[in-house]
Design a protein. Structure first.
Length: 310
């Protein structure tokens, strides 16, 4: 078994080696009585997180394009501490109104979780429909900016915490899902930059990385797609382990409480995150593997056929 590195100690050691000061820990953010805004809250991780934070005493603003789903969640949680707002993260003005409505209802905004995201149909950059590429980037990347931007001032006022949900896809490439990986790598850098920028204002931000979570997105991209299943097999079995949305939500909630710079689950991905520079040669391994080349050819052939059949 590979031991999981202590990232805090590694980061501290690196800072000392570089001659940088070690920042004092910020006080914990106890969520009881606080207000959280969650995008993509109608299903999956967002829904599970709404339940988790609500159970810890938080007021919850649930943002999603699926208003009936949000209404059901609010009915489950109770209207007193739950607010449903139908909004598309691609709509900058709608997200500004969502933040304003949350503060008007609950009086404050203490934590934001930019969770909304989509996965593209399998295709290479050579064969992908440009509109599909734009859709994924607009939701996964620009949608995170649209969520975070209007929340920054309220979060500074409350000395709160922002979480952006990236993915282990930001760490390693894979065949057929370039827009997703590109968007999640950008989200990672947005979150890391935001943490630096919020620090002088006594607020904080962090990045959440997840491997395979047992959601409809995973079922569609892998379980219901034979090509997706073959692509998954490039990963060693420990990295294929799935977690439930509830387990992912628990990781985020605990990370908010301690203002974590990064959280990652399942833990089997931690060595990959730590050693990413060393193992980045996996790009070359896949490119040189005849099975990988055959997989790319098959993805392209199917993508072309789908375009022709429209």
């Amino acid at each position: 078994m590979i031991p999981t590195p202590d990232i805090g100690k590694l980061a501290g050691g690196l800072a000392r080696w570089a001659g940088l000061p070690i920042a004092p820990r910020q006080p914990r953010l106890e969520i009881d009585g606080k207000t959280a805004l969650i995008t993509g809250a109608g299903q999956g991780i967002g829904l599970a997180l709404a339940r988790e934070l609500h159970s810890r005493g938080a007021n919850i603003a649930l943002i999603d394009i699926d208003l009936p789903a949000l209404t059901r969640v609010c009915d489950e949680l109770g209207d007193e501490r739950a607010l449903a707002i139908a909004a598309d993260v691609r709509d900058r003005e709608a997200m500004r109104h969502a933040v304003d409505e949350t503060i008007e209802r609950f009086g404050t905004l203490d934590t934001v979780i930019a969770n909304a995201g989509v996965a593209p149909k399998l295709a290479t950059l050579r064969t992908i429909d440009p509109d599909e590429y734009d859709r994924v980037i607009a939701i996964n990347q620009t949608g995170v900016f649209n969520t975070v931007k209007p929340a920054i001032e309220p979060i500074i006022r409350s000395r709160g915490h922002i979480v952006v949900v990236a993915s282990v896809a930001a760490l390693l490439p894979g065949p057929g899902g370039a827009p997703y990986m590109i968007s999640k790598a950008a989200v990672e850098q947005l979150g890391r930059t935001l943490r630096i920028e919020l620090a002088p204002h006594h607020a904080s931000a962090g990045v959440a990385y997840f491997g395979f979570v047992d959601t409809d997105m995973t079922h569609t991209a892998i379980d219901r797609d034979p090509i997706g299943q073959r692509g998954e097999r490039y990963l060693p079995p420990p990295l294929r382990r799935r977690i439930t949305p509830g387990q992912a939500a628990l990781v985020i909630a605990d990370g908010i409480a301690r203002r974590a710079a990064r959280t990652i689950a399942p833990a089997t991905w931690q060595p990959v995150a730590t050693l990413r520079g060393v193992i980045n040669q996996i790009d070359d391994m896949i490119a040189a593997d005849p099975r990988g080349q055959a997989l790319i050819t098959e993805i392209e052939a199917r993508a072309r056929q789908e375009l022709l059949s429209r």
